[in-house]
Write a protein that binds this ligand. Sequence first.
Ligand code: LLP
Length: 421
Amino acid sequence: MDHFLYRGGTLYAEDVPVAEIAASVGTPFYVYSTATLERHFRLFDEALEGMDHLVCYAMKAASNQAILKTLAALGAGMDVVSGGEYMRARAAGVPGEKIVFSGVGKTKDEMRLALEGGIRQFNIESEPEMIALNAVALELGLRAPITVRVNPDVDAKTHAKIATGKSENKFGIPIARARAVYAEAAALPGLEVIGIDVHIGSQLTNLAPFAQAYAKVAELTEVLRADGHDIRRLDLGGGLGIPYTRSNTAPPLPTEYGAMIRETVGHLGCEIEIEPGRLIAGNAGLLVSEVIYVKSGEDRDFLILDAAMNDLIRPAMYDAWHDIIPVIEPQAGTAQQPYDIVGPICESGDTFARARMMPPLAAGDLVAFRSAGAYGAVMASEYNTRPLTPEVLVHGHQFAVIRTRPTFDEMINRDTIPEWL
Ligand code: LLP
């Protein structure tokens, strides 16, 4: 459920007409709904009620500080994957003890930053990384709290580019090697082993792979405890999928996910962490764009938008489907026609949808990409020297620009010219 609905024939973001934002900010832009972000966070938080838990928002999905502050105000922790994300979370006021550091290639500088600034735990992905963290912690006279990310070798049944839990993926250590790696970790004086971490992929639309992975983690918890490790925290990763189109069967709800967590690991008495990103932000955001031209091709019509693959790369990169709707609600019974919906960039990959059925549209009309709140703005680039897409946050009747569109000068002046030129 989200808060982007038609009212009186035009699309609203909460209580603000999307066209009004477009008139003020210009297109393209991302717009997020506070109420949707809050609702989605609370669904997870409530799904784990009764268990000691922390929902650590995977901020890679949408990392604007205004979004982080909105969630942090509800008690959210953060899952970060870089020094930059760590600093951004801190800048948004998130305390170190609520920040989990994930990622397969943390550098020593990033480790130092987080250890000095305060961190809840590092999720370790390899033995060399463990050895590096031990060295950094000892250098600072600290002990780094760690979990080890295990790779449970389950098939997440999602797009190959976002599946992470099979043995051929680069993530975590094979679960069969866990006992040896934990023994090694326990012997390193700069580390404090506190738990186990697992994350098997993103946009999962079925609970079975999660349940398989969590059952393996539960089993491993008992084994490691018997080996003498104090396993008191389980980080179960993110990955619960969202409906990208209303015609598909909906993925499981956070309540069902929570019940499955209780069933698989609830008996262990561990503190539970989860790292959802997409489900919190995905359907809380739209990308709004204007039709620049309608071009008639030989056998199809093209809608050429002012948004392009640099603004929203998911269709080009993952063949992702985003519902695209006109901002002015079509009259009931309006005949639809197929359009190829494209951006202005000179590559055929700059295509958002092929033969998409839409009501007739004309230059100047606004369209909105739904489910664009996660992995939208954060994956945008300035390819073609197109300004990075601005972001807007709506809160009831209010809206605010939370990231401005850079000017051409701002973009150009970031280059520095060597003295020999
Ligand atoms: N935790 C870890 C360790 C992760 O690697 C990820 C996502 C998450 C949590 C959050 O997963 P979520 O709840 O958002 O599914 N750019 C791709 C998605 C990449 C996901 C990477 N890792 C896309 O646009 O579909």
